[in-house]
Design a protein around this ligand. Structure first.
Ligand code: ADP
Length: 274
């Protein structure tokens, strides 16, 4: 797809056509592009607009929550106010994820790149995850120390966090989550594996769609927004990476991200003289 100017975008495709010939197909996708940008801007603006009143409501709800020594009518309101605060938190997560996704969709340039210290970042995320769910899950990390990646630190961070959170959310307490980062001749690979619920084969191709959930009630009760894997998908596209999902219901799931070799940088091996 190539934007000719701000109004016209053409989609071009070359396909083989007969003996030694090629066919160039040019399609005007300007209208489609315009609607896509409008949709993106709408989501982004609506999310921003929703955030302000929600922050005000949340502030008052926080003030109203009675402590256990609260008296009279207010104490009777403890449960409803607690529920309203929980719903406000849910809405905040939703708005944060919608904005994150809108930003990822609108900024597809590969220009702003940095060398991500993946091993350092993964150790930090694994440590944070252990701290946040200390006795519920164990997080095992096998991270090759010398492999860095050309990309965007914040996007890589969000994709790892989403995959880890899912592994924890969709596996029973006491389960182990395994995080792995390694390299080979094809590039570098990140995998997050759990021994949780698993996913039916038919659902796998749809998981990265916005708001697609296998079990809506379960996702909501665990604080899921339904946008986590859509964020992962877009962040991976910015890194020219591919997502592979291997899962068996009742056994567990493994999400593997494959990053191409030209984005990978290995530390120079140490030369020892003598
Ligand atoms: P959610 O906020 O609902 O977790 P996601 O986009 O992160 O949204 O995931 C979409 C759906 O994929 C989830 O609702 C869940 O049904 C399924 N899913 C994601 N990760 C896992 C996993 N590790 N194990 C089982 N199911 C998963």
């Amino acid at each position: 797809i190539s934007p000719i100017n701000e109004h016209v975008t053409l989609a071009m495709r070359i396909i083989p056509y007969g003996e030694g010939q090629r066919l160039l197909i040019v399609r005007d996708v300007s209208e489609h592009r315009r609607l896509e940008v409008m949709r993106r801007d709408f989501v982004s603006n609506a999310s921003h607009e929703l955030r302000t009143p929600l922050t005000v409501l949340r502030g008052y709800l926080d003030m109203m929550e009675p402590d256990t020594r609260g008296k009279g009518a207010l104490l009777e309101w403890k449960a409803p106010i607690g529920e309203m605060r929980a719903q406000a938190t849910r809405m905040e997560s939703l708005i944060t994820d919608l904005l994150k996704l809108a930003r990822l969709e609108s900024d597809s340039s590969v220009a702003r790149q940095e060398l991500i210290d993946v091993p350092h970042l993964l150790h930090r995320i694994a440590e944070d995850t252990r701290r946040l769910s200390p006795d519920r899950h164990t997080v095992e990390a096998a991270i090759e120390a010398d492999i860095k990646l050309l990309g965007r630190d914040s996007e890589f961070h969000s994709l790892c966090q989403n995959l880890l959170q899912n592994a924890i959310q969709y596996s029973p307490d006491g389960g182990a989550v395994r995080l792995r980062w390694w390299g080979d001749e094809d590039g570098a690979h990140l995998s997050v594996a759990d021994s949780g619920l698993g996913i039916d084969e038919a659902d796998i191709p749809r998981l990265t769609e916005r708001f697609y959930r296998v079990d809506v009630a379960r996702s909501r009760s665990r604080g899921g927004t339904g946008l986590g894997l859509a964020i992962v998908k877009h962040a991976l596209e910015h890194h020219e990476a591919r997502l592979e999902i291997i899962s068996q219901p009742g056994i567990g799931s493994t999400f593997i991200c494959h990053f191409p070799a030209h984005r990978v940088q290995r530390a120079q091996p140490m030369v020892v003289n003598g």
